[in-house]
Design a protein around this ligand. Structure first.
Ligand SMILES: *Cc1c(COP(=O)(O)O)cnc(C)c1O
Length: 424
């Protein structure tokens, strides 16, 4: 099946007389005929459902669809993109371990790594995504367990050189984790470029309608945990909390990582997506390719308009030939990049604030990547917890306006921007 078909049909095959839509199983618990049968589930000897804090059939069908879209072998839904990033890393790195991460990542992820996970004893080294080979090499330590980057950084819009970082990670015997939220599998499938694990904030394009916060973790099934067994004992040695099963032995490379994340992390932390939200997410996924195509064509026109406007100081959109990442974007995302643009209005912070005051179609919201055009000035809102140095390091200047181009008529979006600019 091609991607558009998978968006509609993957993850669920109704049998004779069954609902055509992925069924919403809004139930916390599941009934069994005998305690022995239920016991088999608890021992991971049989697959099935017993409690929706760990797994729910609706979630699993939607996760299977996302796995199919990314070309992975297994996936899980989480309560948010933040939970997905946390699970993806914490599943293989624990106190005393170290992770190499790109500086060009979502501000919330940066905070999660640099503050909260550091408190948990996990050490992070942040590297510029365009660092030299020597700098990248120097970032690795004997206790490094993963490398983390973002396909197109929110909001810096830096395009990550997935292939290069995958090679470096693999040379050190660790997986590359990619947050593919902004590109979506419609525009980029990181596994095709060597990435091993993909995360999503499904809150963005995948849901696409502003209705449900959620996340996903997808495994390519390709990383050979057994080859580096000493680095990943959680996957390659017996889990005493599950009667001594070894995840790689029991579930193979294709299932070990997600099964461990479900059996241990979801069991203990319970950050699962609600089945109702998974149901909404599935509806978003059905139209994802159509919407992403329109987001990208609208954004391209808006970016070109901004680039030609005398009151605009600079425009950052990887679809513009003038962009530093244009060639890299063409390589990884030949059909389009994303619907998000950043730019600066001449006159800096004050002009930016004035511009924001006159927008009518574009709504001020912390959100990005859904059907509605939204606009944000990060330095005075989402990113205010970061210092000036941290802002600069994550590629977000104090004058930056982030515009998430929706799927409204592009002429209305451009007229709105033109009007607001006229009043600055
Ligand atoms: C929004 C976002 C996140 C966090 O996702 P939530 O669903 O808000 O928790 C992570 N990564 C990227 C790239 C995002 O845009």
């Amino acid at each position: 099946m091609k991607l558009e078909t998978k968006c509609i049909q993957a993850g669920y095959e109704p049998k004779n007389g069954e609902s055509r839509m992925i069924p919403l199983i809004q139930s916390t618990t599941f009934k069994y005929d005998s305690s022995e049968e239920m016991g088999k589930l608890f021992d991971l000897e049989a697959s099935g459902y017993f409690y929706s804090r760990l797994q729910n059939p609706t979630n699993d069908m939607v996760a299977a669809k996302i796995a199919a879209l990314e070309g992975g072998t297994a996936a899980m839904l989480t309560s948010s993109g933040q939970a997905a990033s946390f699970f993806a890393v914490f599943n293989i790195a624990t106190a005393g371990d170290h992770v190499v991460a790109s500086t060009a990542i979502y501000g919330g992820t940066y905070n999660l790594f640099n503050v909260t996970m550091k408190k948990m004893g996990i050490d992070f080294t942040f590297v510029d995504p365009d660092c030299t080979d020597e700098e990248l090499e120097a970032a690795f330590k004997p206790n490094t367990k993963a490398v983390f980057g973002e396909t197109i950084a929110n909001p810096a819009l830096i395009v990550f050189d997935i292939e290069r970082f995958a090679k470096a990670a693999h040379a050190h015997g660790v997986p590359l984790i990619i947050d593919n939220t902004f590109a979506t599998p419609v525009n980029c499938r990181p596994f095709e470029w060597g990435a091993d694990i993909v995360t999503h904030s499904t809150t963005k394009y995948m849901d696409g309608h502003d209705v449900a916060v959620g996340g996903a973790v997808v495994d390519s099934g390709k990383f050979d945990w057994n080859k580096y067994a000493d680095k990943f004992p959680g996957l390659t040695t017996p889990d005493e909390s599950y009667h001594g099963i070894t995840y790689t032995e029991r579930f193979g490379l294709e299932g070990a990582y997600i099964t461990k994340a479900t059996a241990q992390l979801m069991r203990d932390l319970g950050s699962i997506q609600s089945p109702q939200d998974a149901f909404y997410l599935n509806m978003g996924l059905e139209s994802l390719p159509v919407r992403v195509e329109r987001h990208c064509s609208n954004a391209q026109k808006v970016a070109e308009f901004l680039e030609g406007h005398e009151k605009v100081a600079w425009v950052n959109y990887p679809g513009l030939p003038s962009n530093k990442y244009y060639e890299r974007a063409k390589k990884y995302m030949p059909n389009g990049t994303t619907g998000v643009i950043s730019f600066g209005v001449k006159g800096g912070r004050a002009a930016a604030e004035e511009f924001m005051r006159h927008l009518k179609v574009a709504m001020i919201a912390t959100h990005v990547a859904d059907a509605h055009t939204c606009v944000l000035h990060p330095a005075s809102s989402t990113h205010r917890q970061l210092s000036d140095e941290e802002l600069a390091a994550s590629g977000v200047g104090a004058d930056l306006i982030r515009l998430s181009v929706g799927i409204e008529n592009v002429e209305d979006i451009i007229d709105d921007i033109a009007n607001a600019l006229a009043q600055v």
